[in-house]
Write a protein that binds this ligand. Sequence first.
Ligand SMILES: [Zn+2]
Length: 319
Amino acid sequence: MVKFADFHCDTLLNIHSRGLDFAAGNNFGHLDLPRLKEINCVFQCFAVFCDPKFGQEAALRRALRLLNVAKEKIFSLPDVVWVKSGADIDAALQQGKLAGLLSIEGADFLGDDLFLLDLVYSLGVRLITLTWNGRNTIADGIMVGDNAGGLTAFGVRAVRKMQELNIIVDVSHLAERGFWDVSKIAVKPFVASHSNAWEICPHPRNLKDDQIREIARHKGLIGMNLCPSFVAESRKDQTLTTLVKHISHIASVAGPEVICLGCDWDGITRLPEGMNDVRDILEIADILARAGFSAKEIGAICSDNLLNFLRENLGQDAI
Ligand SMILES: [Zn+2]
């Protein structure tokens, strides 16, 4: 049976705001532990999303609150291993437990205090998405528009510090100038945890071919996103079959080893046609096979690329 691993979900918001019990079966939301187990999902990254509506001042407080929710409601469960080092991946697999990674989406909580990177590392955060759609002290997100700027001087220092700490740098949501600034200074691989291919669907959240090649050149990863408007412009094409066209395109541009899943579960209000929750991702294995991918490549895209990336890039837990 194919194993699954996923680089982005916003399920913490359902746990915090809607009372989702992660350990139990629920009849709402895209995923919980029983549903992940049902599809043989062995790894899930959980994002702490600090909605810009909270403003920069409250972002840190909000981030800390959601980090605590993750600790109490997910990572304290006996069937979950909190992944903080490469070795934790194999520990989770050997014990048959879900490996969980903690990320922060939008570095607004940083303000201009670099020491907060040390702090969130010590609290277990191992990936930071530099921006959401707007501007923060690091850089501009994609919705700032055509004049969006790149990394600020503080942003350059923050990216360097993140890579020193082995916090994975995530460029999903980042405007193009910022992307190229990151690629110039990155000394370790960086990722786009939940973005698709612009050539297949020209949405600003998707990556152009030269960006895809650049991520591959840095030995990074691109997580495929189910958000219907990033999959296709017309509603009838917003399907898993079209998502596989993104995968085929990226594989032809940069090789299948750059591709993983970053479905954006519970971060999007609507899933592609015919999908209701995480269990419907199972079908992607058959669609990939029909598109000509080998069993080994399907395993790589559905989980092995991401698991190997984490084994190699999380380093040893320094705390
Ligand atoms: Zn996002």
